[in-house]
Design a protein around this ligand. Sequence first.
Ligand code: F6P
Length: 545
Amino acid sequence: MSKTALLELAPWRALKEQRARWGSWTLETLFREHPGRATEFSAEACGIYLDYSKNWLTPEIFGLLLDLARACGLKERRDAMFAGDHVNRTESRAAFHAALRAPSGTVMCVDGENVVPQVQEVLHHMAEFTGNIHSGNWRGATGRRIRQVVNIGIGGSYLGPEMAYGALRQWRHPDLHVHFLANVDGAAFRDISRQMDPAETLFIVASKTFTTLETMTNARLARQWIAEALGEQAVPRHFVAVSTNAEAVRSFGMDPAHMFGFWDWVGGRYSLDSAIGLSTMLATDNGVFQEMLRGFHAMDCHFREAPLEQNLPVLLGMVAIWNNNFWDAESQAILPYAYDLARLPAYLQQLQMESNGKSIDMDGRQLQVRSAPIIWGEPGTDGQHSFYQLLHQGTRLVPCDFIGFCQPLSDLGDPHDLLMANMFAQAEALAFGKSDEVLRKEGVPEWQIPHRISPGNRPSNVLLADALTPYTIGALLGLYEHSVFTQGTIWNIDSFDQWGVELGKVLSQRILQDMRGETAHFHDGSTRSLLQRYHEKRHTSSAGE
Ligand code: F6P
């Protein structure tokens, strides 16, 4: 479908009209007119309750949003993705992450081949390895047990595992600590390596391509660190690889028998369920990992089968489209009221912004509408004491996703009620605010009133799950994955490529060669003078000067 077609679709045009005719309706008036709104605009699946009633929706707009999803071929494209078709058109690949969490025995084919047995085989290999590390069958070269694991990887080979390590904190193995080395910054390596004893450390080099420079540079540093401490022969006992590129793993000097494979139909930001999740399984155990996969799979089934009006990923995605494309929201805040989900905003940042941060559609045409919003956020209540001021009284519209859990994760009950009271209060305050009238009744001096008004009428979703469990985490991540897919489908975007990150990688290589004096590429005036200054100061300034 071309961009013109999107703008000309009847539901799109009707939504434009609805927006133009919106007038002075506010969330307050919407709730006043329809007291049953919270029930009407909420849905539940896989242990997650979504209340999207605090958005600028009417039954008519809601119906039009679903019509738009239908008109954009969401069902067909979803079915094509689950059928293993090459929905990643620009790379001519399937986007088949759903096969990673399909129960064994399911048949899911890519290019005529059932991939589920291969998936199960790798999961089995991961479980066996995890068992060996936990039992002490696999030890370091000196015979000491492995107690520290370092996942070396970046982007999708890091953000998912790091987020899951936090999210699954309660299920962590007591004697195993996982660290993450992503950034190519000696300070990061130094910091992590200071906390570890080489004899007890296992490195997982996690890279789909096994060519990513940050990862390979860190892997080489780690290899050197192990070799210097324990000798070259110790390397195989302290390194395993996760990759789709067996050849590159071999040429790096690692034993392919200690490689956990995956496939080109798994996108980096959709790879937590693959062997990229090895650190997650090691940090917990196979049972916990399987539970997470079960949650993902349940959400896959829900997305495939539930009618659109009750389909959580569709609802979340279409509400985001409404806010973004019809109300010009430029960003979206992810606000988990759970300490253990601290890295969820960063994970969702890659998921949405790398998937849908595009301005060309699937047919090579310039998009005429906004695509991915900027995703950002922090856990509550930390965010409340920093950026919520802008959410409540700033000049920008920032739709928020509040994510909370009914059950506490600790046995210290009181803080949980306070935490959740804060979450509900923030969503309420954003929607309904505080008027000058109320302030006046409270006796606030007239001059102060403008500063203290909270205008309200700011949209949000609340995602409320019973408890933060491995299953719920899987379901929650699956929900966002498919919501991102839903939005990409409306924009007719290839949500599974990421060509935009390539240029910077190529230029950094050229600049590195220039720095080493191997080449002298042409650069613009700004880059040239920055490089010159860097060159002059690089070896002369000392830290802190
Ligand atoms: O640079 C972006 C990217 O390609 C991401 O899509 C990916 O998750 C990340 O780099 C890491 O790639 P790899 O797993 O191949 O090292």
